[in-house]
Write a protein that binds this ligand. Structure first.
Ligand SMILES: *[C@@H]1O[C@H](CO)[C@@H](O)[C@H](O)[C@H]1NC(C)=O
Ligand SMILES: *[C@@H]1O[C@H](CO)[C@@H](O)[C@H](O)[C@H]1NC(C)=O
Ligand SMILES: *[C@@H]1O[C@H](CO)[C@@H](O)[C@H](O)[C@H]1NC(C)=O
Ligand SMILES: *[C@@H]1O[C@H](CO)[C@@H](O)[C@H](O)[C@H]1NC(C)=O
Length: 809
């Protein structure tokens, strides 16, 4: 590979703009691909290259992502020959070559990417007129509101595949105004309604021009799993007439849902589910339900309901509606009876053990044995119906009867082996009280409630992959609209435990401060620790969504948080272990006011004034009595040191100690007669009651990883044995400079950094509804900190969010 300098020079010669070059250099994979693309076809490249070719080559490098693409020079040459002229053509060409490798030919490449096909403006016009004629009724009904849909549909007309898409809009506009006349109040009212409808959110509303730039931006919503999802209305149905009704209801708007079971606190893995469901809907101007899946009354508790909603809001989302599976218990019951009447369900009296056997689970617990239908499988419909009503009326005890779907025991898919639809539970439900003695299972409830709520995209993680078949089976069996279940890979953080049972153990045995202990990875814990919600969203967006599980080390999550904080929080001086310094050679009332920016290099953060006085504090670690320590560059008896923003060094004079020999004060000289500037700077905080300094901190809690290993659960003696004894270090004497008060008052600091964080993935927290953790700052040379919820008006407690640098452990 060429050196970075050589490449930069080459890029310059090609005529790439400075910003583009920077962007390319930042991404190693793209850089490597660009390098090999250029060498693949070095003899054909002219300097400078015309703009379209330059951009297409760059795009090709992006698509290649550092991978080796056999036969890629076919594409490179087609670009250089002027055969490929647009991104769309390039996409098709790339897909083709990537799939065919050695067998790819230029002729076929030309064919799939439409090389040489010219679609004239007249042809475009006649296709569009055709389309509008064929969809006249719908267009007349929905008028201009329907425009985006027309645009989208026109794009998919096969004859227009290689037309210039830029020409569509003006033609559509012209044709629509012929058909509908100018826009009038019908269009205006509808428009307003529409813009209110999408989930209101606590993030700042986007201005329309922002929106445009967003649309061009690549994100987890435009590529990968989510980018490839079907459009509303394109999910297949067994009964197409149901789709017609469905579309009338959803009006082309994406409908998703986030369906947690209210039986525990959400953790980091759920933040991906929240962003996938709420974010995908929002990105597409759709709506997302928060649906509590409360079909298991024995495990549900009020705190979980509350916490789940709080966490959704914290991540910047507002549910379209909050619903409960139990809202639909009556309808579900009715459908269960229908299923029996269709001879597709039966009441079964087998024990759990018998059911396992009949599914082919052998005595030793291994699967694969013969599957035998239950003795009750073929009982008459009337009998099952009677028995089901007896279940409902409390005749049976738990375990004595279940309602089972009559699926397909010969299917290779265990989700088709007569799943249980209803079971008897002797439990009172938080919402329906004692009304029900039977409760529907997840398998019965989930797909039907998705259907009731007209969900267009039912997005879940891959462990439900096999459920897709039973999901569709049940919707079809009951002749209801069938939403599309699609599965993405979940987010798995390693180096910690996420299971409810394990966290409960840590909490109950006092290894941590509670479910929201900053060392845990529940969302409550991450919030308390001070991680900004935008940092989580940005992190997940960076990972992208695919169908495989993403295993991420805690450290990688933390470095993403660090980067986010670096761009967004002010900086202050904090000292963990203060030691007092007195300057001998200045008067008692000596004062030097200095102005210190909250973030050097960024004026938007503003600055504060701090007064340097005769007495001040430094960190005891910044002083060493050992003159011989060559590695120590801060204050030593024979070595002066600089103080941040102070023009001159101070140099050591003498020490005071208490009766135990502990240093209580260091006397120094202010070297204001030496003009050379100091090299090493340490932080300092004045000791001055006049200037209300320092501010004392009751506790500074410095957190490290809770576990020693990457996989605590694999510890031979159990995960508790993997706990890091130094995961929490508390400093009781720490101090911070007076400007902390201003940071406290003005947090959260929401600095709108251009380009640094895409708006879609940032969350502007509302101080009225969020907690003390929004007070965040970087303590210079120490770490990032946030105010803990244990703080009060007169006692400050800080948590370390992350260290400044990755630990080298
Ligand atoms: C879902 O759509 C159907 C029509 O297909 C409609 O009757 C029903 O009210 C809709 N449900 C919701 C919750 O909007
Ligand atoms: C249900 O539970 C209650 C107590 O929790 C008990 O008194 C009652 O007998 C139980 N009913 C059945 C049918 O098991
Ligand atoms: C998730 O991470 C743990 C290690 O913490 C690992 O044992 C497990 O296999 C991972 N899960 C998946 C699905 O990769
Ligand atoms: C200030 O202190 C630094 C050590 O921190 C030293 O390298 C430098 O020479 C000093 N400057 C002066 C002018 O003494």
């Amino acid at each position: 590979m060429s050196s970075t300098e050589e490449l930069t020079e080459k890029f310059n010669k090609l005529g790439l703009e400075e910003v583009k070059i920077k962007e390319i250099l930042k991404n190693k994979k793209v850089l490597a691909s660009f390098d090999s693309i250029l060498s693949e076809s070095s003899s054909k490249i002219t300097f400078p290259l015309d703009k379209t070719k330059r951009l297409l080559l760059h795009q090709l490098a992006i698509l290649s992502k550092g991978e080796t693409i056999v036969n890629r020079q076919l594409i490179t040459e087609s670009i250089l020959n002027d055969d490929l002229k647009s991104n769309q053509q390039l996409d098709e060409a790339f897909k083709y070559v990537k799939a065919n490798g050695d067998n790819a030919t230029k002729a076929k490449l030309d064919e799939v990417s439409g090389v040489g096909i010219i679609v004239t403006e007249d042809q475009v016009k006649s296709q569009i007129q055709n389309y509008i004629q064929n969809n006249k009724n719908e267009i007349e009904e929905k008028r201009y509101q329907y425009l985006p849909k027309i645009l989208a549909n026109v794009r998919t007309i096969p004859e227009l595949k290689w037309a210039n898409p830029g020409s569509f809009k003006p033609i559509i506009d012209e044709e629509l105004s012929k058909l509908l006349g100018p826009k009038d109040e019908r269009d205006v009212i509808k428009k307003e309604k529409k813009s209110k409808k999408p989930a209101a959110s606590t993030t700042k509303p986007n201005k329309s021009d922002d929106k445009k730039s967003q649309e061009n931006q690549r994100s987890m919503f435009t590529e990968g799993f989510l980018g490839d999802l079907h459009k509303v209305g394109e999910n297949p149905q067994k009964y197409p007439e149901l789709m017609v009704e469905h579309l009338k209801q959803v009006k082309n708007q994406v409908h998703t849902r986030f369906p947690p079971e209210p039986n525990g606190f959400l953790h980091i893995g759920h933040s991906k589910a929240i962003l996938v469901n709420f974010g995908f809907a929002k990105h597409n101007n759709g709506v997302c339900y928060l649906r509590y899946d409360d079909t298991n009354p024995e495990a549900e508790e009020d705190v979980y309901f509350k916490s789940i909603l709080k966490m959704v809001n914290w991540l910047g989302f507002e549910p379209f509606k909050i619903t409960y599976s139990s809202d639909y218990f009556d309808e579900l019951y009715q459908l269960a009876e229908n299923l029996i009447k269709n001879d597709l369900a039966y009441v079964c009296h087998d024990t759990a053990e018998e059911i396992k056997r009949s599914r082919g689970i052998k005595e030793d617990g291994t699967p694969g044995g013969e599957r035998i239908p239950s003795k009750d499988r073929n009982r008459p419909i009337e009998e099952s119906l009677k028995e089901f009503r007896k279940m409902r009326d409390g005749f049976y005890k738990p375990g004595e009867a279940t309602l089972r779907m009559k699926q397909d025991l010969s299917s290779p898919n265990p989700q088709m082996w007569d799943l249980i639809a209803y079971r008897v539970l002797n439990a009172s439900h938080p919402r329906t009280g004692d009304k029900w003695k039977i409760y529907p299972t997840y398998d019965f409830t989930h797909c039907l409630v998705d259907s009731f709520e007209n969900i267009t995209h039912s997005l879940c993680t891959t462990e439900f992959y096999l459920s897709r078949e039973s999901y569709e089976w049940l919707c079809d069996a009951l002749h209801v609209y069938r939403p599309a279940q699609r599965e993405y890979g979940r987010l798995n953080i390693t180096g910690t435990v996420l299971s409810k049972r394990k966290i409960a153990k840590l909490v109950n045995e006092n290894y941590v401060r509670g479910w929201d202990d900053p060392r845990l990875f529940t969302l409550e814990a991450i919030k308390r620790r001070g991680v900004p919600p935008g940092a989580i969203l940005t992190f997940i967006n960076t990972l992208g969504v695919t169908t495989s599980t993403t295993n991420i080390q805690v450290g990688r999550f933390e470095s993403s948080i660090r980067k986010f904080l670096e761009d967004t929080v002010p900086r202050l001086m904090l000292i963990l272990n203060p030691i007092e310094i007195e300057i001998d050679n200045v008067d008692d009332d000596f004062e030097l006011e200095v102005e210190i920016p909250y973030k050097p290099g960024n004026d938007k953060f503003g600055s504060r004034k701090l007064t340097f006085t005769k007495n001040f504090y430094i960190d005891s670690n910044d002083f060493s009595e050992d003159d011989l320590d060559k590695e120590f560059f801060r204050l030593k008896p024979n070595q002066p040191v600089g103080l941040l923003k102070i023009p001159y060094n101070v140099s050591f004079k003498s020490l005071e100690r208490d009766s135990n020999g502990k240093i209580t004060k260091i006397h120094v000289n202010y070297d204001n007669e030496i003009v050379k500037k100091p090299k090493t700077y340490i932080q300092w905080i004045p000791k001055s009651s006049k200037h209300n300094s320092p501010i004392k901190i009751k506790e500074t809690r410095v957190y490290n990883q809770l576990f020693n290993s990457e996989n605590p659960s694999a510890h031979p003696e159990g995960f508790l044995k993997d706990i890091n004894p130094d995961s929490e270090e508390i400093f009781h004497n720490s101090i911070v400079e007076p400007a902390f008060k201003q940071v406290l008052k003005e947090s959260p600091w929401s600095i709108d950094e251009e380009n640094s964080i895409p708006k879609e993935f940032n969350v502007i927290e509302d101080p009225k509804t969020s907690g003390p953790e929004i007070v965040r700052f970087q303590a210079l040379r120490v770490g990032y900190f946030a105010l803990d919820k244990d703080s009060s008006d007169d006692s400050i407690i800080l948590n370390r969010i992350v260290s400044l640098k990755e630990s080298t452990k």
